[in-house]
Design a protein around this ligand. Structure first.
Ligand code: SF4
Length: 109
């Protein structure tokens, strides 16, 4: 019983440290600015048809693509307005172009 209590206190302390770090930095450490750019030849990028320049999307293959769709207005894009590159929820640890697109695009609310 004592051991369970000690484990609970230890895990609670770790959770508090994590919360403190996130609130100090304003974001999770994995969302660091200046991360490498997603390579269009990356297997996930290829599978999703990601292009750094949305005008180069294969329109025959991705008929759902519309010219007004870009990473900048996708719900997964973590950048601020005007950011050329930013993190994307689909590509952890990497950045995508604000002018890019992939088939996981969903309109930002
Ligand atoms: Fe761009 Fe959205 Fe695809 Fe990420 S999920 S690469 S932000 S279109």
């Amino acid at each position: 019983m004592k051991s369970q209590r000690r484990d609970f206190l230890k895990s609670g302390s770790l959770a508090l440290v994590s919360i403190a770090l996130v609130s100090r930095t304003g974001s999770a450490p994995a969302q660091a600015k200046g991360a490498p750019h997603v390579d269009e030849k990356d297997p996930t990028a290829t599978a999703l048809g990601y292009r750094q320049d949305a005008t180069k999307v294969d329109k025959a293959k991705y008929a759902n693509y519309k010219p007004d769709q870009q990473c900048a207005n996708c719900v997964q894009f973590k950048g601020k307005p005007g950011d050329a590159w930013a993190a994307c929820g689909i590509f952890p640890g990497k950045e995508v172009s604000s002018k890019g697109w992939c088939s996981a695009w969903q309109k930002k609310a």
